[in-house]
Write a new protein. Sequence first.
Length: 266
Amino acid sequence: MQPFAEALRERVPSKSALLAEGKALTKHRRNKQKAACAGLLAVLLAGGLWQLDPAWRSEDVQVAIGQRQQIRLEDGSLVVLNSGSHLRIEKRLRSRQVELVGGEAMFTVVHVDTPFIVRSQGVQVRDIGTVFNLRSDSRGVDVGVIEGSVEVSNEHTAPRLLQVGEQLRATAERVGGIEPANTDSLTAWQHGKLRFDGALLSDVIGDLQHYRQASIRVADGRTGALRLSGEFDSEDVEALINMLPRILPVSLQRGSDGSVLLNKTR
């Protein structure tokens, strides 16, 4: 019987061998479960990130007072920045987005499947293959369309379609009514010109502020309600400021810091 018992032991695993094999199988199953969970988590995370569309890199471009700058984006779209402008270019997973922190820019957008979005002061402008101008300052965000169309919205307003030859002013709280746009006036700044056609003096002053460091203000609503027409040199806004008392009933009050206050005289 001894040879038979020894042969049987060789064919049947021992208790310790069975326990070791069981532990190995359990560990293998746990590793597979962990790998499966990790893979599922990675898929869920990737899907969540895709939906959230986070910015994973950004680049800031700031233009000095009195200068203009042209930028070609990676997708081929062209951005022309006006004096004193600040643009933030973002890298995102599923959209092309930039933020106009302040100033003025003309966007000529290359049409691809990925949406192109410009944000500023809580306002979002979604391009639908077009050329448009965006100006962002203390008055709000002015959007004017030269070619094609865009959608303008904020958190409180459904997207509003703005088409070629139209403009509007928007803020984080409201989107104003659509008005006709003078495309020559919208693009004049790219040629070193400021063009006004019966513009409120308050709006003229807002435009001039992009070209000077020191502040320029109107004293009150009566002064701001005056209107100005004409074409002027954007590279010499001081000449225009000095000219204002000769073409409008206003006086100039200059501060030691270079600031200017306009006051209606009659």
